[in-house]
Write a protein of this length. Structure first.
Length: 87
């Protein structure tokens, strides 16, 4: 299990990014959250199997006009039971 925090930059707000991320994460058994940031980026926290998290990040990069995604990884902590959109 891995905990990945990702900041996606580019055209990622107002295009369904958060709903898509939530749906993809839930399908993959990933927990955590996704939220818009004031600077126009989207921040995602994903906890799950490393391969599943990697696939989620790649799929989001491929589906949207992501200019940059910055990933920070750490040991997983079982702190979430679902994947949600935070406001």
């Amino acid at each position: 299990m891995i905990r990945s925090e990702v900041v996606f930059k580019g055209r990622v707000q107002g295009v369904g990014f958060r709903c898509t991320a939530r749906d993809m994460a839930r399908e993959s058994g990933i927990t955590g959250w996704v939220r818009n940031c004031p600077d126009g980026s989207v921040r995602l926290l994903a906890v799950g199997e490393e391969s599943a998290v990697d696939i989620l990040i790649k799929r989001l990069n491929d589906c949207f006009s992501v200019r940059e995604s910055v990933v920070t990884r750490s040991a997983a902590v079982n702190e979430y039971t679902d994947f949600t959109i935070e406001y």
